[in-house]
Design a protein around this ligand. Sequence first.
Ligand SMILES: [Zn+2]
Length: 64
Amino acid sequence: MKIIITERQADKLFGDKIVCKKCDHSWKIRKNDDHPFICNICGWDQKVKRYKNKELLKFWKSYE
Ligand SMILES: [Zn+2]
């Protein structure tokens, strides 16, 4: 039997979603992510509460 859950339910179950306090962008923590607390949109680090523009640049460069 296949169980289908909504994204909202999944968030409750796994509870590892982070919401950026600066731009409301949200994402899930990935285990292989070097900087799981940095917002990929604006570069705000939820943990140290500071913009990490260098890390943000690195993130986007990894897509090239
Ligand atoms: Zn953000």
